[in-house]
Ligand binder design. Sequence first.
Ligand SMILES: [Zn+2]
Length: 87
Amino acid sequence: MSGIAFAFEIGGKAVDPDKIENPDEAKIIKSIMESVSDRVEDLHCQEHDEGPRFVCTGDSYEDLTLEVMGCCEALVEQVTKRLSITE
Ligand SMILES: [Zn+2]
């Protein structure tokens, strides 16, 4: 996977995408990571030379909210725009 970082917190607990035992849950996380990476992998900040990071939180695997983090407002805005246009 490209240099895009993901963090998951589900039901108040940090989840490591590589250590999910339930295959259905692992599939949900993998598809989120893949679809987001596909859309934004070429985006990175010209000024700070950093890629976006994503934090995915929710009460359950079926109810996750994706939050974009970045080195600056400009990058976050670029990424958010890209994600919302292609949705
Ligand atoms: Zn920046």
